[in-house]
Write a protein that binds this ligand. Structure first.
Ligand SMILES: Nc1ncnc2c1ncn2[C@@H]1O[C@H](COP(=O)(O)OP(=O)(O)OP(=O)(O)O)[C@@H](O)[C@H]1O
Ligand SMILES: [Mg+2]
Length: 128
């Protein structure tokens, strides 16, 4: 998730946590770069705001630890070169009041497929 300070990255990550039935709210901590949660899948949440060196991310081995589940990254621009090249970039902008603009940018075939599926779903009428 990429967006200015206070744009809603952590809140967005919390929504994903809730969707995956993680009981506690996803939060950033001052002392560790990555926190692990368990719901329907393992969820790793990394907040790179305080990153000093991109190589610190390399040392975490994020891609490996998060592989069976979901990896959520705040401030990915702090270490692009050390993050999985295939990902879905969520840009959060135009934060005013309760409104936010989300731009989803797929990187790699898996996420391009995912967005095509989402787009197709958006065109169908939702029946409840
Ligand atoms: N979708 C939303 N609708 C309304 N308010 C929101 C939304 N997302 C976030 N907020 C508000 O904005 C505040 C900041 O959100 P959040 O902590 O998620 O931002 P952030 O992008 O993670 O910030 P930081 O850059 O400091 O990590 C929250 O306390 C919440 O009140
Ligand atoms: Mg945050």
């Amino acid at each position: 998730m990429q967006g200015e300070l206070g744009s809603g990255k952590t809140v967005f990550a919390q929504g994903i946590g809730e969707g995956l039935k993680v009981v506690e709210p996803v939060k950033s901590s001052s002392f560790v770069l990555v926190n692990e949660y368990h719901g329907r899948l393992a969820v790793h949440h990394a907040d790179l705001y305080r990153l000093e060196e991109p190589s610190q991310v390399f040392d975490l081995g994020l891609e490996e630890i998060a592989a069976p589940g979901v990896l959520l990254v705040e401030w990915p621009e702090r270490a692009w070169g050390e993050l999985p090249p295939e990902h879905l970039l969520v840009r959060i902008s135009d934060a005013n009041g309760a409104g936010r603009k989300l731009t989803l940018e797929p990187r790699g075939a898996r996420y391009e497929d995912l967005l095509s599926q989402l787009a197709a779903r958006g065109k169908r009428k939702v029946r409840r």
